[in-house]
Design a protein around this ligand. Structure first.
Ligand SMILES: [Zn+2]
Length: 253
């Protein structure tokens, strides 16, 4: 079972770092040998992680002889996309907004400043863990985790096709498009900051007739739920992530 980590706890400087930190290090030195004893789970900080580079890209995996703290997000299996979609579709408008707001607090608060008691509280009330009936005809429920993907930094194509909670600190803008049959619609353009400090196109979301009120200079926190694919994008050169968002599942502040 491959659970993806987009960040890790660096035991050397006691900070949560993005996986990009290890990618850069391995490019510079050819390996991460100097760091490999110090890479831990970003949530429970107990389980040791291994950095791997395969043909599919860069990954962090739970080290074979190590365990996550009970209740840690990374201790649960991912829920399948069909069940996750059904779960979200069963929520009403208010439930959706409150769910997205708590996901935002969980994913985008500064984890380096959270006290130990708040960390335990976060582990117990994790909005990314949901209960699922084990089989159709039983009442037995198991907790499973929703997949998550930070919008900033390294993203590879292995996330395609599954339902993810996308999140990050982003810049936004709105563009108006006209289709061939003269239908006009808006897109929300999402930019993330690269390691040179430049804001670059990451993806865009179809907004239909909704024209979001955006300050293009502001930095927003965003959470949305959707499925990505990586097709060639004619408007931009090269392969870009396209996201098909679940209707209404967008929250930014
Ligand atoms: Zn953990």
């Amino acid at each position: 079972m491959d659970r993806k980590f987009d960040e890790f706890f660096n035991q050397i400087n006691q900070q949560i770092e993005p996986i990009d930190y290890l990618i850069e290090h391995s490019k510079q030195y050819g390996n991460v040998d100097g760091l490999k004893e110090h890479i831990f789970c970003p949530e429970c900080q107990l389980a040791k992680l291994t950095f791997v580079h395969t043909g599919k890209g860069f990954h962090l995996r739970t080290h074979l002889n190590t365990k996550h703290l009970e209740g840690c997000y990374y201790d649960f299996e991912h829920i399948d996309t069909k069940s996750a979609t059904e779960f979200f579709k069963s929520l009403n408008k208010e439930q959706i907004q409150s769910k997205l707001a708590s996901m935002m607090r969980y994913l985008l608060s500064n984890k380096n400043n959270i006290s130990v008691s708040n960390k335990i509280d976060a582990l117990q009330n994790n909005p990314l863990l949901i209960e699922q009936k084990e089989k159709t005809n039983t009442q037995i429920k198991v907790r499973k985790s929703l997949r998550r993907q930070k919008l900033t930094g390294y993203i590879d194509e292995s996330i395609a096709g599954d339902l993810y909670i996308f999140y990050g600190n982003v810049k936004l803008s709105v563009e108006l498009y006209t289709s061939k049959n003269n239908f006009q619609y808006y897109k929300l353009i999402i930019k993330t900051k690269n390691k040179q400090g430049e804001w670059r196109y990451r993806t865009s979301l179809y907004r239909g007739k909704t024209k979001d009120d955006i300050d293009v200079d502001a930095i927003y926190k965003i959470v949305f739920i959707g499925v990505a694919n990586f097709k060639e994008n004619n408007e931009k050169t090269g392969k870009y992530m396209n996201c098909k968002k679940l209707t209404r599942y967008l929250h930014f502040v």
